[in-house]
Design a protein around this ligand. Structure first.
Ligand code: ZN
Length: 341
């Protein structure tokens, strides 16, 4: 058969887009009988074939998916599944997923830690302002899933701790991972009911990641009485000075004291970051906002959606309990294509 049905994604998948391990990881089955299938490759052409009958039921018969299931119908089902999944992640999994971000290191309850930050001073105002800016920026640059994945791949390649990243290494399953992150970003930017609140959670998570990074750039520790480190050239000094303003003013932004808050906004709006540190001159507030937006997107690149969905998917679990020997064999790459031809 030329396409199968992934129980993990609730989507139809084309055989020619799959790699051998995808069938086990995505729980790909025959769309007609829901029995597990495996990938065959003959002369460069990929197709799917039933696995189950070859193990314990030689009398098994299935003619595969019904012929009149059109590409349009399959795409409709896939779009509907993606929308449902995005809603489900936002309702049930967003905060637990943020707790699994390997770069955030939440020692205690994620919701409590982020909740405190979210409730502090002007965070709600900042988040709302940021959301409007992001919708504008992302409307121009973040609406292409292919570009989203390219950016994500570059981000993951630069990470220093790849062993802690719980996402698929390659194949269609990796594409599905990025598609989930992309759908989530699009959904958070819609401004629809519930999306704004979820945007706030991702926003404070990103701020939590950015603050230590800014403090690091500001070299507030280790200067040992000197205004700047001895090895810093003119550009480095300018960068350090900007980072110090950002750290100081951003902390004031989060205060309840309205006068300090307004003053911080004024300073961050008036002062500019200039080339070569930025491609174009921009107020520090815009520079900070883009930094936070980048941290938000980077978070979406590395959250372990598929393993979390798999843990909670009862249909997937049923599949595993029904066919444990097949999954075990597929995972261990012990299934030979020759067995099914
Ligand atoms: Zn079948």
């Amino acid at each position: 058969m030329l396409f199968g049905y992934s129980l993990a994604l609730n989507e139809y998948v084309d055989a020619n887009r799959l790699e051998p391990n995808d069938c086990g990881l995505l729980k790909v089955c025959c769309p007609a009988c829901k029995q597990p299938v495996s990938l065959l490759e003959v002369n460069g052409h990929r197709s799917l074939a039933h696995v189950q009958p070859f193990f314990d039921d030689p009398a098994f018969r299935c003619d595969g998916p019904v012929a009149d299931l059109t590409l349009e119908q399959r795409e409709q089902q896939n779009l509907s599944a993606r929308n449902k999944r995005t809603e489900m992640i936002r309702w049930d999994f967003l905060i637990p997923l943020l707790g699994k971000d390997p770069l955030a290191n939440y020692e205690d309850d994620t919701e409590v830690i982020l909740g405190k930050l979210r409730a502090s001073g002007a965070m709600r105002w900042l988040s709302r302002w940021h959301r409007e800016m992001s919708a504008d920026v992302c409307g121009k640059t973040c609406n292409d899933p292919i570009e989203f994945r390219s950016e994500g791949e570059r981000h993951l390649a630069l990470l220093e701790m790849p062993c802690r990243i719980d996402i698929p290494a390659h194949g269609y399953v990796r594409q599905a991972h990025f598609q989930i992150g992309f759908d989530l970003l699009q959904s958070l930017l819609t401004g629809k009911k519930g999306a704004n609140e979820d945007y706030d959670w991702l926003f404070v998570h990103a701020v939590k990641l950015c603050l230590p990074q800014w403090k690091n750039e500001a070299r507030l520790d280790g200067a040992e009485g000197e205004e700047y480190p001895k090895d810093a050239d003119a550009m480095e000094r300018e960068k350090i000075a900007a980072a110090r303003i950002i750290v100081g003013q951003f902390c004031d932004l989060l205060l309840e004291d309205r006068a300090k808050h307004i003053k911080a906004i004024e300073v961050l709006t008036e002062l500019e970051m200039k080339p070569p540190m930025t491609p174009i001159p921009m107020p520090l507030l815009s520079y900070i906002s883009l930094d936070i937006l980048h941290a938000m997107k980077a978070t979406l690149f590395r959250l372990p959606y598929l393993s979390m969905l798999s843990e909670h998917d009862s249909e997937t679990n049923a599949y595993e309990s029904t066919y444990p020997h097949i999954l075990a064999a597929t995972d261990a790459r012990e299934v030979s294509y020759g067995d099914f031809v």
